[in-house]
Design a binder for this molecule. Sequence first.
Ligand code: MG
Length: 367
Amino acid sequence: MKIHRIEVHEVRLEMVEPFVTSFGRIEHRDLLVLKVHSDIGVTFSDVPVLHGPFYNAESVQTARHALCDFLGPKILEEHIDTIKCLHGLMTFVRGHYMAKSGLDTACQHLFAAQAGQSLSQRLGGARERIEVGISIGIYPHIDQLLDRVSRALDEGFARIKVKIKPGWDLEPLRAVRQAFGDIRLMADANSAYVPGDFEVFRKLDGLGLLMIEQPFSPDDLYQHSRLQKKIETPVCLDESVETLEDAELALAIKAGRVINIKLSRVGGLGPAVAIHDLCQDEGIPVWCGGVMETAIGQADCLALASLPNFQLPADIAPSSRYFERDLIDPFVALEKGTIVVPTGPGLGFEIDEKALNDLTLRKVTIE
Ligand code: MG
């Protein structure tokens, strides 16, 4: 396969409600969407960076820079016959995994469509439905959190994840546990704590949480391994794992007992499957996280989460969760806490190009 042209759309999606985490407040979702033209077809893919380098080191601007000035020109008109070959071409750029992910997923869609396979089939998926949970942001008052959890349970989500930060941790989680009893409940700190904060995790340990996600800095696997020795609750790694090598190190030093695989964070579906396979061999369960992708990225997540070692509910949202208007219409609905894995060839959905064009703030074409 050869790629002839890549359109890089900077898109703004309006949020149903602002989403607040320990690193800030997201009022609207700015990210990149690629339209990739090749000799075997055309597809669309997500580059779900945030507007600034808050979740990881990438942003809308850095991803556009990496794609338009380096990655795009490098791969254009090259023979790309496998995903391994694509990643081989991209290794001269260090990091920038979300930018690379947009090219990885586009190629995966094209290869799958060419073979008449769904993306899930191409990856070796083993499930027809994915059990999904919800990630709930930080609210000013506990009553608002309880109200949101109550609605999420009514909507049928199979697991509740509450974002925490110092000052918003034990009290809100205890309140959720008291109000809703034995639900599947977990916490996500997005790296907001420092090693001196061990005490709060000892107290959280008594709440029977499914896991505590990424308490410390992404670079600090050592402190995660120290914490995991001191508490019963599984520590889950998110931001700390950007590569297969990160995952190998994390497992070797027992820095956690669960990994949240976000395909965009690790450079796409190719690396995500490699991390899944490693964890499966080591007996470590994984689950599929999200970074408020468009419906295109969510479709990639559904295919990934159909692999056998994705044992815990995924953060994949039905259309109505985050955005007023999305790029696939209609996208997916929640049925009894699950979403159906698409079976059509390639991405498995038609893109609403009118929506894409209406929501595009600016566009750069690499050709
Ligand atoms: Mg997380």
